[in-house]
Design a protein around this ligand. Structure first.
Ligand code: 4AD
Ligand code: MG
Length: 455
């Protein structure tokens, strides 16, 4: 008999009368005549309740020793549940313990702190919360591919190891090889020159957009920034579409459409898990997501955003000043207090943005955009790229970049240059937004942050 996922049983109006399920024991209750075993196999949030009659053959060897965390295989009859909350339960015919769980299995009790659960990242997927988070993570990865593939975008695999610093912030991990204890550098360098883990696939992505028109990347990126916040990780995944024959307006349209698509898909496909988050993690989550799905987003220029913040009368830890980056508290004020909806801020001062962004006609600002959402701040950063050869060269100079290091990038402007634009969506920030989970460490299977690379 093949295994039936518990999700299929619980969602069915007419399940097969006799099935085999396998999973892990969440709880067990023994009475004189029966044992009630709650089994979860990770296919959905809800457990399947198994009723094992004490007269069952092998009851004392296979049912009595089952404790929380043990793995089990059960063949039985699906019957209508007498209890409330769920439709079906299972009357066991045979119960086989696959693996016992030692008495110190740490997920016995509820009410563990998130910090403790991080320290058992190898076991936390077996909890309700983390099972739900990682099912949503999987579904959102699928929905991202679907969004772009349905629109004819080509998925490009940009390199993880690179020699260029796309964002120009110098926050990179160096790639080196070892010779015993010795690190090989200089002439001995594996790639013949310094190489790093990528901070962004954008520059390579642009080369493909300037050939295939509409492309996207979706892969891991790395940043060695020493940020100890709930929104920064050293390793995170980014989705980076790049579109040829496209300006900043169309770029913002695409970013908004993508966020709406993902929120809509989560509301439809992850209803049970979102219900759990709404109840236990972030009250009101579902109605907020519904309003993100249904309402138009706001757009405001950086200059206007600074004016709103200056006139707000709100007290900020960091002063608001034209020419400085918006701090997370400023971003959150705009999207949570002022506009009360996702908001795109565009046209930033050129001094605070990387070399590749297109200089606007005012010669002061660049065609950049950040999409901000309530609760988090920036989840998307993007721009129209500088497609004019001489202006790009001047811009590289202004950023102290050596053109020789980026000759291939400059070539795109020498051979059939076209207006093009793109953006990067931080996958984990999106997941925080959709699940209401407040710390980025809790939407990544094995998070890497300064000082921590366990597992
Ligand atoms: O704004 P960023 O730095 O933009 C870029 O990397 C561009 N090259 C993207 C492009 O135009 N193709 O990063 C993009 C997004 C941010 O908005 C944020 O959501 C996320 O990546 N991000 C991080 N997420 C988690 N941890 C970090 N340390 C992050 N840094 C950026
Ligand atoms: Mg950014």
């Amino acid at each position: 008999m093949t295994r039936t996922p518990i999700r299929e049983v619980l969602q069915s109006d007419a399940p097969e009368p006799e099935i085999l399920i396998e999973g892990w024991v969440r709880t067990k209750r023994d009475s004189k005549a029966f044992s009630f075993i709650e089994v979860n196999d990770g296919s959905c949030l809800t457990n399947l309740q198994i009723v094992a009659d004490a007269t069952l053959e092998g009851y004392h060897d296979s049912v009595i020793p089952l404790t929380t965390g043990a793995s089990v295989s059960v063949r039985g009859k699906v019957v209508e549940s007498q209890g409330k909350g769920q439709k079906w339960e299972m009357q066991a015919i045979t119960v086989t313990m696959l693996g016992s769980a030692e008495g110190d299995f740490p997920l016995q009790k509820k009410g563990h702190s998130m910090e403790f659960l991080r320290s058992i990242a190898h076991l936390r997927p077996r909890s309700n919360l983390f099972g739900a988070v990682f099912r949503v993570r999987s579904r959102m990865a699928y929905a991202i591919h679907q969004f772009f593939q349905d629109r004819g975008f080509v998925y490009v695999h940009t390199p993880v190891i690179t020699a260029s610093d796309c964002e120009g912030a110098g926050e990179m991990f160096r790639v080196v090889t070892m010779d015993g204890e010795e690190i090989r550098l200089g002439d001995e360098e594996f790639f013949g020159k310094p190489s790093y883990l990528t901070v962004s696939g954008q520059l390579e992505g642009e080369t493909f957009a300037c050939a295939l028109s509409n492309i996207y990347t979706f892969g891991p990126t790395f940043r060695a920034e020493n940020s100890h916040t709930s929104r920064h990780a050293s390793e995170f995944w980014m989705i980076e579409p790049e579109i040829a024959f496209c300006d900043l307006m169309a770029d913002m349209d695409l970013a908004e459409a993508m966020i709406k698509h993902l929120v809509t898909d989560a509301l439809e496909s992850c209803r049970e898990d979102l219900g759990f988050f709404d109840q236990f993690v972030d009250k009101g989550l579902i109605s907020r997501l519904e309003s993100v799905r249904d309402r138009a987003f706001e757009r405001v220029s950086y200059t206007e955003a600074v004016r709103i913040l200056e006139e707000s009368g709100a007290k900020f830890e960091f002063p608001v000043e034209y020419g400085h980056n918006l701090q997370s508290e400023h971003e959150r004020y705009l999207t949570e207090t002022h506009f009360k909806c996702p908001t795109t801020v565009y046209n930033y001062p050129k001094e605070i943005k990387p070399f590749y962004m297109r200089i606007n006609d005012d010669e002061k600002t660049v065609a950049a955009m950040d999409l901000l959402v309530p609760g988090i701040g920036e989840i998307v950063g993007g721009s129209q790229r500088e497609e004019r050869l001489e202006i790009l060269r001047a811009n590289m100079k202004a950023h102290d970049l050596d053109e020789a290091d980026y000759s291939w990038y400059v070539d795109l402007r020498r051979y059939g240059s076209v207006p093009h634009a793109g953006f990067g969506l931080g996958f984990e920030r999106l997941l925080m937004f959709i699940t209401g989970v407040a710390n980025i460490r809790d939407v990544i299977p094995f998070p890497r942050t300064p000082g921590s690379a366990e597992f």
